[in-house]
Design a protein. Structure first.
Length: 528
């Protein structure tokens, strides 16, 4: 079968999949319903300070699996909901930044610089509409690049990379993520090393317990859900509770009034489109690199837009309520979300927290292994993984369409979520997280281990160590060990297989250069 046949089968898998109910005699596929629910939940979660899309994805994943089961038919509905949450939360993050000068996530801080002044001028509605349009345009552009690049990159990897090169590429990815995301190179490498160490506990490929200290509870290792939910979700909640105790709760918010027209005019669109286009490219390029994240994309998009705006001598200036500032930020951070799936689908390497949960869903349900093999054309028959990948692309297009049509209304209605005190919200998140763990694995040991990893995540944050390199290293430890073993065997037991192959040696050299250059940059910044 040709590639286009797989594309068509992926579309049919979504629109002709199992129906949840019928509307006027027309069956409504469950995957479409789940992606719509995910978009709404994501916008509401994104509009709530203290919560984030990955947190909602982490809590909902075990519950969704308990509902849909572990059948291959469950992949698209579950992934559809997760994709909807991912895209909706990116859109909803602008709500508290504009309405209450409260960045719900680090990348939405740049939105406050112009969104809040616009709200103070009575233009909150216009600022929200600019954020909505810019975010969806940037996200749509990023998705189009994903659809083109992921299959192409996967084919290149399958054709030209053997086991030594794949092992070196995994090492390069881990090194890059640790160096860029760890706050400092040392802390990033510590986080990555801890992740690899925890992943080594339990049964390895030699079928005997490693590092279990004779404890039966450690003999089988730690489940991916236990580690991810503990470190990423509970760790963040514990830190949020401590921060909340230090803050004054119930601070009065400044009342906002709307004055003048709030809709976008043709003139407004002409003003923001150049900034949207520039920031969409920036966000897509940054998103395709594992581990950099949307905060840098938002900062670069805003900074470059500010420089262009200042050179043109336009007013108002950035920081004084320019709609161009809102557009530049929102297009950049939204463009990251689609491009972040390029390394996931083509290489099996997660680049951000949202991608972690898509891989976790695939790993939990089975039948889909993100990586170069997804887009491999079979000699005969159908590649079911490729069908699922194009079904996922269809769900992403559907989520974008819902963001275009439904997202703006839900986004503006979600402003009420900002007023919920975090002291009430975060304990509910703990309860939901532990409930979702118990639903997946009904025993107390799983909950105790999750809480323990939550404490580890809290301590990492308190010492300024990013938990994301830890989680990504834990996920990639299995593929890395397997690939290294295969490379060692394929080269006849050559201990220098990473350096004997030219391309593998290049990957290793790039990894060393990334570490050294970031060490020098950190030292120069401290010296300055």
């Amino acid at each position: 079968m040709e590639m286009l046949d797989h594309v068509w089968l992926g579309i049919l898998a979504v629109f002709q999949g199992p129906a949840l109910f019928t509307l006027f005699g027309i069956p409504v596929p469950v995957a479409l319903v789940m992606v719509a629910l995910g978009v709404v939940v994501g916008i509401v979660v994104g509009a709530t300070p203290g919560l984030a899309g990955p947190m909602a994805m982490a809590i909902s994943l075990p519950i969704l699996i308990s509902i849909f089961g572990f059948r291959p038919e469950a992949l698209l509905p579950v992934m559809g909901f997760l994709v909807g949450v991912m895209k909706g939360s990116t859109l909803g993050g602008a709500v508290p930044a504009i309405l209450f000068n409260t960045p719900g996530t680090p990348d939405s801080y740049m939105t406050t610089l112009d969104g809040w002044p616009l709200a103070q001028k009575g233009q909150a509605g216009k600022a929200l509409r600019v954020a909505h349009a810019s975010s969806v345009m940037g996200d749509t552009f990023s998705d189009l690049v994903l659809f083109v690049c992921a299959p192409f990159l996967a084919v290149l990897v399958e054709r030209y990379l053997d086991f030594p090169e794949k092992a070196a590429l995994l090492l390069l990815s881990l090194t890059f993520i640790a160096a860029v995301m760890g706050g400092s190179v040392g802390k990033g490498l510590i986080s990555m090393g801890l992740g690899l160490l925890v992943a080594s506990i339990g049964s390895g490929e030699d079928f005997y317990p490693r590092l279990s200290l004779g404890q039966p509870a450690l003999a089988d290792g730690f489940s991916l859900a236990t580690v991810v939910l503990g470190v990423l979700v509970l760790g963040e909640v514990f830190k949020g509770l401590e921060d909340t105790l230090r803050e004054q709760l119930g601070k009065a918010q400044e009342a906002l009034t709307m004055t003048g027209p709030q809709h976008l005019t043709g003139s407004d669109l002409r003003r923001i489109l150049p900034h949207v286009g520039r920031s969409a490219v920036i966000g897509t390029v940054i998103g395709a690199l594992p581990g950099i994240g949307s905060t840098l994309a938002a900062t670069l998009g805003y900074t470059l837009g500010k420089n262009r705006h200042a050179k043109a001598g336009k007013s108002p200036a950035f920081g004084e309520g320019a709609i161009e500032g809102v557009a530049a930020t929102e297009a950049a951070n939204s463009a990251v979300s689609g491009a972040n799936l390029i390394p996931v689908l083509s290489l099996g390497i997660p680049g951000n927290a949202a991608a972690v949960f898509l891989i976790l869903a695939a790993d939990s349900i089975g039948g889909f292994n993100p990586g170069p093999g997804v887009f491999r054309m079979p000699a005969t028959g159908i590649n079911s993984e490729m069908v699922i990948a194009f079904g996922l692309f269809t769900l992403m297009i559907t989520a974008n369409a819902l963001n275009w049509t439904l997202g703006g209304a839900v986004m503006r209605a979600s402003g009420i979520m900002v007023r919920i005190p975090r002291a009430l919200l975060l304990p509910c998140v703990i309860l939901l997280t532990l409930t979702s763990i118990y639903v997946q694995d009904p025993n107390m040991m799983g909950m105790v281990l999750t809480a323990g990893f939550g404490v580890l995540g809290y301590l990492m944050r308190r010492f300024g160590i990013s938990p994301l390199p830890f989680v990504i290293a834990f996920i990639l430890a299995g593929p890395l060990e397997s690939t290294v073993r295969q490379a060692f065997s394929a080269t006849g037991g050559d201990a220098w297989f990473l350096l004997d192959r030219p391309l593998a040696a290049v990957f290793v050299a790039i990894g060393v250069w990334v570490v050294v250059s970031n060490l020098r940059r950190n030292r120069s910044e401290k010296g300055a």
